[in-house]
Design a binder for this molecule. Sequence first.
Ligand code: MG
Length: 368
Amino acid sequence: MKITRITVYHVDLPLEHPYWLSGGRLKFECLDATLVKLETDAGLTGWGEGTPWGHTYVPAHGPGIRAGIETMAPFVLGLDPRRVLDVERAMDLALPGHLYAKSPIDMACWDIAGQAAGVPIADLMGGGSRTPRAIASSVGAKTIDDTRAVMDRYRQRGYVAHSVKIGGDVARDIARIRDVESIRKPGEIVLYDVNRGWTRQQALRVMRATEDLHVMFEQPCETLDDIAAIRPLHAAPVSVDETLVTLQDAARIARDGLAEVFGIKLNRVGGLTKAARMRDIALAHGIDMFVMATGGSVLADTEALHLAATIPDANCHAVWACQDMLTVDIAGGRGPRNIDGHLHLPEAPGLGVAPDEGALGDPVAVYV
Ligand code: MG
């Protein structure tokens, strides 16, 4: 089987509500999505998506995905999409780094490989748990009242896991954490996501002031060096996502004990093939996981859900449904959707969901 055509679409995905990170430092209103269709000489078609969370969040750029695909396309055409490692190596040779540009092609290859084998991607990867995965909310609010309002909105849709965005102001962060913990319901999972918003001294002041609450923080500081420096000085479990980019990052975090949880972002780390290795490092070191898209439609959420299904239930805390934050739906309601705060693995072969191609507009590039 050979890849015979790569078709690229650019779609804007507006957010239903403006979204703030790092205590208001960063505002997001619309996501730049790239959808990629791979066609083969066997008649199978696979879909991939790459949607960074804007271009100010981490080093990833919507137009950069499309430029990267233009560079890599001649090296990917003609390869067998079922040989995902061959495709991965071809992309890494053609364009070192730029992981976020590679994930949509990797995803589309897995989609085709699953269809060719007649099984969902998760099963093809060797472990497809059918236990529904809790969806983590994304509470990008600034004040206590806003935080309560957004969490209530999610609770009404069945959410039992919440990622509350904090960072930037020590007193406000401590007050918001204490308030959320005071209204936390039994069984709810809450992660306080700093998104690199603290300096070392800010991190230590908040983490030590809330030690009695036994809460967990995500990405408290900018770099792994920062996280390593404060590690001996506080008692809180830490999740790392934005600085978990390469397999070498994963190995360092595991070996040096820098985090107890990996937040694996599929687009950020370069797709399912590379993310699966991070999963194995995590499992080998007693590290639990959140798995999520960096952003995007139901396609990106579904990609993450497949990886989540290959993680033992007890080690997979939650996934994400960015689709719930958008005003447009490119798949016409198909694919995994929020059911009582959970996503259910699709049983169709491959990814299990494809976009409504008519909703994507004209392609911005076609490579043959
Ligand atoms: Mg995070």
